[in-house]
Design a protein around this ligand. Structure first.
Ligand code: FAD
Length: 595
């Protein structure tokens, strides 16, 4: 049966409030909802099994915790020359291949039921956020935009340039496409140029100032190609992937000496059975955390590696190493969206064109992103449920009344689908930094995370400049066809203020003051990172400082978000480090043979 899609064409100008509701829903959707679908039709890998089938004891050369965006790239690479086990808490993206199709992007992201691919968390700043919980990680639920880190980034982190290039190419060969750019994105791109985000750099993966079209992990038919597809590169004889394997703890050989050594991992299957897996007896073997920006520091803490007083206060025993920087330096690039109802319905797109400004705000957009009202309602019910569950540890600054009002308004009317168009700006960096803390000792629960959005004035200035640019794009000649003539940017900003885009207080001044608007309307762009930063928790080889046989390789190690969007570099890092580790391993064995 054909579903009715709400259209702003049939609800012209009069009802801005009503329009606001629709637009709002869009928020989550729009912003990142502008892409494709998923053709995960490759079937099951022979080496992929449910954790309930795992023996209670096994040993491997590398135990990878998290089969996400970096984890899959790393596992596929290491399996070329070593025995690898991947422990992933989520299920397989191939079980429901259409769920990450372009048209399902929003619905999958908003599906926050207990075993879904999208795990809701709400930061102490009062901003809704999402963690991936599926093989392939964030690449299964994200907006699919693919773009590399800038040359200066690669230089700063001291990666080896040629190896970086080869690693990006390895990813691109398997997953990445040039998007088919149509009307809305073309107008957006031309609007960016009119607004002064020059020059036009055409289609490129490179991170360079100006306006460009980037890559996408959605193919021409709108099917998503995820990091899980990188496992096609794996040596099937050397790898085992357990799904629904929730890692509880890493164990260490020494608890009192100066350098503890990781040797065992405990994971739980869906029947509640605990399994032990150990490193085979070889000094090159390692446990590698790729559990993401939240999962990796969280598991370190639960395993007794973190700020000692904090771990002791939560009853974590034994404390293996007092590591004050674990969970520190968490960053989430703030996003400010503006929804723009369009009189001209068009094909759906997620991020395709992007403006890379010299003032370090990245401007992206998408259109005709659809989301069912029913799911929206369930999402907000889920938000309230999470808030109830965590009320004792959640900041009192968080306001729930806007959600309650919003749910009532949903009940009064809109029952079908909404379609949203919008632009948003992402603050590069960011400079503002936060931290993670335990709420309890359950690895399946979210820890408490504070990002401190806009604590640093430079982030706020970038946001303001970014919004000014978006306003110019909305008012540009190129974009005329895609907005109602009497809907000004000011009207759109005011709409945004009336929507429950977050759980933060609103100030009257934000109607007139873009700085206050940024603060009141902050959302996540889902590029959060940090928590196990290089130089603070891991060294430049991603080895955990002060501990043997343990590395962290994922987005938690970043000091700032790479490129306009991070997934290309997260996957690249998995491949890059996999190659590096294999080289070290080969050199060690050669040395042993010769000795
Ligand atoms: P993840 O991919 O999250 O991998 C971590 C894995 O570890 C997960 O699979 C998780 O289930 C598993 N795990 C965690 N804890 C445990 C445990 N205890 N036991 C076992 N397994 C565990 N980036 C872009 O470049 N372009 C975009 O368009 C884009 N849009 C985005 C939109 C959304 C909605 C989201 C959520 C992200 C988006 N991103 C985008 C960001 C990008 O997807 C992430 O930065 C990236 O996927 C992070 O990769 P990771 O390997 O660090 O973590």
């Amino acid at each position: 049966m054909k579903q009715e899609v709400f259209s702003f064409r049939t609800k012209p100008r009069q009802s801005y409030i009503r329009m606001g509701f629709h637009i709002f829903l869009t928020i989550f959707v729009t912003i990142f909802i502008f892409h494709g679908s998923c053709n995960c039709d490759k079937g099951h890998y022979t080496f992929m099994k449910d954790a309930t089938l795992a023996p209670t004891y096994a040993s491997f050369d590398y135990i990878l915790i998290g089969g996400g965006t970096s984890g899959c790239a790393l596992a596929a690479t290491l399996s070329q020359n070593a025995r690898v086990l991947v422990l992933e808490r989520g299920g397989s993206p191939y079980d429901n291949p259409t769920a990450s199709d372009l048209g399902n992007f929003a619905n999958t992201l908003f599906n926050i039921t207990p075993n879904s691919w999208s795990q809701l968390f709400i930061s102490e700043d009062g901003v809704y956020n999402t963690r991936a919980r599926v093989l392939g990680g964030g690449s299964v639920i994200n907006a699919g935009f693919y773009t590399r880190a800038g040359d200066d980034y690669v230089e700063e982190v001291e990666w080896e340039r040629e190896a970086v290039e080869a690693a990006y190419e390895w990813v691109e060969k398997k997953l990445v496409f040039e998007p088919h750019v149509m009307g809305w994105q073309t107008a957006f791109k031309d609007g960016l140029l009119e607004a002064g985000v020059n020059p036009y750099n055409g289609f490129t993966y490179d991170h360079i100032y100006g306006t460009k079209i980037g890559g996408t992990i959605f193919d021409g038919a709108g099917h998503r190609h995820t990091a899980a597809n990188l496992l096609e590169y794996a040596n099937p004889d050397n790898i085992v992937v357990y799904l629904h394997a929730s890692v509880q703890k890493i164990l260490f050989t020494k608890t009192d000496g100066p350098r503890p050594e990781a040797y065992q991992v405990i994971f739980e299957d869906t029947k509640g059975v605990l399994h032990k897996v150990e490193l085979a007896n070889n000094p090159m073997n390692e446990v590698i955390l790729s559990a993401g920006a939240i999962g990796s520091p969280h598991l370190l803490m639960l395993s007794g590696v973190g700020p000692m007083a904090h771990l002791a206060a939560h009853g974590v025993k034994p404390v293996i190493l007092d590591h004050p920087m674990v969970g520190q330096g968490m960053g989430d690039n703030p996003m400010s969206p503006i929804f723009i109802p369009s009189p001209t319905p068009e094909e759906m797109s997620l991020v395709q064109a992007v403006g890379i400004t010299k003032f370090d705000s990245y401007i992206e957009g998408g259109n005709n992103v659809t989301l069912s009202f029913d799911l929206t309602r369930r999402f907000f019910d889920g938000v309230l449920h999470v808030l109830n569950e965590t009320s004792r540890t959640t900041s009192t600054k968080i306001l729930t009344q806007p959600i309650v009002d919003f749910l009532r308004s949903l009940d009064r009317g809109f029952k079908d689908m909404i379609a949203v168009n919008g632009m948003f700006q992402k603050v590069a960096g960011p400079a503002s930094r936060g931290y993670m803390e335990l709420r309890n000792r359950n690895p399946d629960d979210n820890p408490s995370v504070t990002f401190n959005y806009y604590q640093e004035p430079e982030d706020l200035n970038k946001c303001v400049e970014g919004l000014k640019t978006i306003i110019k794009v909305i008012d540009s000649k190129a974009f005329t066809k895609y907005k109602y003539p009497d809907v000004t940017a000011r009207v759109l900003l005011n709409f945004m203020l009336g929507l429950p885009t977050n759980l933060r207080p609103r100030h009257v001044t934000s109607m007139f003051n873009l700085k206050q608007f940024c603060i009141d309307n902050v959302m996540t762009v889902w590029h959060y990172h940090g928590g196990c930063q290089v130089g603070k928790v891991v060294d430049k080889n991603y080895k955990v400082l002060g501990i043997d046989a343990l590395r962290v390789i994922d987005g938690s190690t970043f000091l700032k978000s790479p490129g306009t969007n991070p997934q290309a570099t997260v996957m690249m890092l998995g491949r890059y480090m996999g190659q590096k580790i294999l080289k070290e391993r080969a050199a060690f064995f050669k040395y042993q043979e010769e000795a």
